[in-house]
Design a protein around this ligand. Structure first.
Ligand SMILES: Cc1cc2nc3c(=O)[nH]c(=O)nc-3n(C[C@H](O)[C@H](O)[C@H](O)COP(=O)(O)OP(=O)(O)OC[C@H]3O[C@@H](n4cnc5c(N)ncnc54)[C@H](O)[C@@H]3O)c2cc1C
Length: 458
């Protein structure tokens, strides 16, 4: 009998348990341990006042693995697809301007002319200096595309999407496709345009959610997995892990949870955040534990608001400066803040008579929920002065939202790989497997892809 214990019941742990159990060998026993009262991890779909609100991730950019999972779970009819042409909005010179996602964004007037001109010369920039092992996103964009693009594109991208600082965030770890594109053909732009793709029909990613929110995915995973014999234990905070024990019939590992229960395991899969993982296994990770446990996470607040529409919405209004957003709320350090204001869910998941606005932003620890709601409402009203009254507001604070990957993070991961190789050496099946947004991709689509890759090797 093989006992597989998966630590953490978020998207990765649940997808892994389900996919591993698709082809069970006789006697396989799969257990997911989750400390929270519900499964899903960062996915937090709320149903309030007839609205579907996403207080964690709000959309899933699909990978081929994610598309397979969605159809395997019979969720295809529930899918809502975001409009791929919907622009993002950024603010420069007091005005909201459209940005088309992707390389075409270089052609938009959101970026000043001089910066655009310099950026288009990227293919002619000298190749990366030999020996440059990693670089901050700011330095990478400055070197390849010029200081203007680093300021007007990289900074809002990093602070808006990852709630991080472009001067410390690692390009190699956070944006590996950009880092690799440069090394492959000597130019990021050419590398992205000529990215190799596997044989067969070209995969086109979609940005999706579900009629009842992203939790549909994790709820369906739990239901299908449990029906097929997988155990998902909630309120099961893991307090200690002993092992690996050699040749022990009682399990290579012993996992103890808060109520004192001890679960034996032959294979342990951690999907935990870096801090929890390192504290539980530190003595088994002599090379990497101290570096993994030092990883910081961004602090975020998601502010969800529903407004009556008021007068028809036209072009976003001119923004007066200095406004409260410049005073009280952390904004990118350049005079441009990412004001994407995406609808809180893709088209179709909200009552037609309300307009939903969602902001995810880094927060100062002393801002209360009331402060955040006020600031976010003021920001919406500056952009949409004709909008009607706010009829619902909700704030969810994330003290540890997304991992902040420092320059040189790849060296930490190399040390971890050495520790894992030592633990797993000489064994047909791995004894310890480690995955997580701090190791191999932060997006939900990537998390599902990792689960699909790992399932057959457990
Ligand atoms: C606010 C926010 C917005 C985001 N927006 C997007 C987005 O729009 N699109 C996108 O693709 N991605 C987004 N992300 C990122 C994405 O949600 C995450 O990377 C992904 O959900 C991580 O899934 P996971 O299963 O790997 O980890 P997690 O979801 O973190 O799951 C790990 C689980 O381990 C559990 N755990 C921790 N310690 C213990 C312990 N000691 N014992 C037992 N259990 C434990 C936790 O409770 C958690 O459930 C967002 C994330 C946040 C926080």
């Amino acid at each position: 009998m093989r006992r597989i214990v998966i630590l953490g019941g978020g998207m990765t742990g649940l997808a892994l348990a389900y996919l591993r159990n698709q082809n069970p060998a006789p006697g396989d026993d799969i257990l997911v341990l989750e400390e929270g009262p519900q499964a899903g991890g960062s996915i937090r779909t709320l149903h309030e006042e007839g609205l579907v609100l996403e207080a964690g991730p709000h959309t899933l950019r699909t990978t081929a693995a994610a598309e397979r999972l969605i159809s395997g779970l019979d969720l295809t009819n529930e899918v809502l697809v975001a409009d791929p042409r919907a622009p993002r909005w950024i603010v420069r010179g007091g005005r909201a301007r459209k940005v088309i996602p992707g390389p075409a964004g270089l052609l938009t007037t959101a970026i000043p002319f001089g910066a655009r001109f310099r950026a288009l010369g990227e293919p002619f920039v000298a190749p990366r200096p030999a020996g440059l092992a990693d670089e901050s996103v700011h330095d990478f964009f400055s070197r390849r595309f010029g200081a203007g693009l680093a300021r007007y594109a990289a900074e809002p991208l990093v602070s808006g999407v990852r709630a991080d600082d472009p001067k410390t965030l690692s390009t190699r770890s956070a944006f590996p496709e950009l880092w690799e594109a440069e090394v492959r053909v000597g130019s990021v732009l050419r590398g992205l345009l000529q990215a190799p793709h596997p044989p067969g029909p070209r995969f086109r990613p979609r940005t999706v959610s579900f009629r009842n929110g992203l939790a549909s995915l994790t709820e369906r995973l739990v239901a299908r997995s449990q029906r097929a014999g997988v155990r998902v234990e909630l309120n099961a905070e893991i307090l200690a892990i002993e092992g690996p024990f050699d040749g022990d019939d009682d399990g290579i590992w012993k996992v103890q949870i808060a109520d004192g229960t001890i679960y034996p395991a032959d294979t342990l899969v951690s999907t935990l955040d870096a801090t929890a993982f390192a504290s539980l296994l530190e003595t088994r990770l002599p090379r990497s534990a101290s570096r993994v446990s030092a990883l910081a996470y961004s602090r975020l607040a998601v502010v969800l608001q529903a407004f009556r529409p008021g007068a028809p919405e036209g072009r976003p209004a001119r923004i007066r400066r200095p406004g409260p957003a410049r005073r009280g709320v952390p904004v990118p350090r350049c005079p441009l803040s990412l004001l994407a204001l995406p609808r809180s869910s893709p088209r179709g998941s909200r009552p037609d008579d309300l307009v939903l606005r969602r902001r995810a932003r880094p927060v100062a620890p002393d801002l209360t929920e009331g402060d955040l709601l006020k600031l976010a409402e003021a920001e919406v009203r500056r952009l949409h002065p004709a909008i009607g009254p706010r009829v619902h507001g909700r704030v969810l604070k994330w003290p540890a939202a997304l991992p902040r990957l420092p320059v040189g993070h790849h060296a930490t991961l190399d040390l971890l790989a050495q520790d894992l190789a030592e633990i797993n050496a000489g064994h047909e099946r791995p004894r310890l497997v480690v995955t997580g947004s701090w190791r191999d991709g932060v997006g939900l689509g990537e998390r599902i892809a990792r689960a699909e890759e790992l399932a057959p090797i457990l």
